[in-house]
Write a protein that binds this ligand. Structure first.
Ligand SMILES: Nc1nc2c(ncn2[C@@H]2O[C@H](COP(=O)(O)OP(=O)(O)OP(=O)(O)O)[C@@H](O)[C@H]2O)c(=O)[nH]1
Ligand SMILES: [Mg+2]
Ligand SMILES: [Zn+2]
Length: 336
């Protein structure tokens, strides 16, 4: 396979194998336990691909889609998970508040929304925080430009989420994605589409692969909501050697362990907090609060400040609950 610059990619490289992973193992280990990548996670099995390997194994290791395993052929459950380049996780939906691993080893997170009623700045901020927390480059994709008279206002609002954020507008069908996303979708790289149901994640994956093999379905006319067509995460390997993760639309995205990511999105506000008079300033009522002063001067948007405060509190609460759970689990006697 020919990659960027004309070099030939190995079978593993087309699956996203990079020096970061190769550097973790020696030749002997490589021969004894071949690396395989998890391309699909089902309840009772993991689908893995490697050099000459295309199989399913029982779920054993705490791993997620995109992870690299050193396949133990005799005892697949004992396969070792290689250290991750990046990991995206959220607080699981529902009441148990555990964390859910969403994807490992992404190079780019395409955060997808449409130029319609799906567009929501507060939600996009969460996704960007998630990407920053994981050390992944976020790129905002605004789809359905063909259905919108003028996407300028959407672009402006998306770009204002944080500094240096790239925003791409496109029709997810046809040739546009291939051309406009080429910079990120290079051979050997791993990219993912994240976002609500119906925004065009699977349509984008189809467009990049030049097929219509992934199922897509029309959204509801009245409120632009999708129908949760994609039901599990699937890493598709494109003929050109880029790994593309299509994900189901997320109903709810609650942050956990994302303090750094939130601070990065709101870096301007975060920087001001060090100038408040009180160390424990809540930036709500205190005198000599640098953040409130900036709002007063019109330098910080009050609504944006409120969204930041909400995310900081939510992340802190979820992180504490998770830490409590871990502590309780560690102290609990093992079941016999
Ligand atoms: N006109 C137009 N239609 C689009 C565009 N992107 C997606 N669609 C349509 O929107 C509908 C939903 O697209 P999907 O690709 O299924 O959306 P999804 O994000 O994968 O949704 P889930 O799998 O439910 O999470 C389909 O009917 C697509 O054809 C676009 O840019 N323009
Ligand atoms: Mg889909
Ligand atoms: Zn303050």
């Amino acid at each position: 396979m020919s990659g960027a610059g004309g070099q030939t990619l190995s079978a593993l490289q087309t699956l996203g194998w990079q020096p970061f992973f190769a550097d973790q193992i020696d030749a002997e280990t490589l021969a004894a336990t071949p690396p395989v990548r998890i391309t699909q996670v089902h309840r009772r099995k993991l689908h893995v691909l490697g050099d000459g390997v295309d199989t399913t194994i029982p779920p054993g290791p705490a791993a997620t889609v995109g992870d690299w395993l050193l396949l133990d052929r005799e005892n697949p459950r004992a396969s070792r998970v290689l250290e991750r380049k990046s990991l995206i996780k959220r607080r699981a939906a529902g009441h148990d508040r555990s964390e859910q691993l969403i994807a490992a080893n992404l190079d780019t997170a395409f955060i997808v929304t449409s130029c319609n009623a799906d567009f929501n700045v507060a939600r996009l901020e969460r996704y960007v925080a998630l990407a920053f927390e994981a050390g992944i480059v976020p790129v905002i994709l605004l789809t359905k430009t063909d259905l919108c008279d003028d996407p300028t206002a959407y672009v402006r609002e998306a770009a204002a989420i944080t500094r240096d954020l790239v925003v791409v507008t496109l029709d997810a069908r046809g040739d546009e994605p291939g051309a406009k996303l080429a910079e990120w979708c290079q051979p050997g790289r791993t990219v993912a589409f994240l976002g609500s149901s119906g925004v065009g994640k699977s349509t984008l994956a189809n467009a990049l692969s030049g097929t219509d093999s992934i199922e897509t379905r029309a959204i509801r006319e009245d409120d632009a909501k999708g129908r949760h067509t994609t039901t599990h995460r699937h890493l598709h390997i494109l003929p050109g050697g880029c790994a593309v993760l299509d994900t189901p639309g997320m109903r709810e995205l609650q942050l956990t362990d994302a303090e750094f990511g939130v601070a990065s999105v709101f870096a301007d506000i975060h920087a001001l907090t060090s100038q408040c008079r009180f160390n424990d300033c809540t930036h709500t009522v205190e005198p000599a609060c640098a953040v409130l002063a900036a709002v007063e001067r019109g330098e910080v948007d009050a609504a944006r400040l409120a969204r930041w405060q909400k995310l900081v509190i939510e992340d802190r609460e979820n992180t504490e609950t998770l830490a409590d759970r871990r502590a309780k689990q560690a102290g609990k006697p093992k079941k016999r």
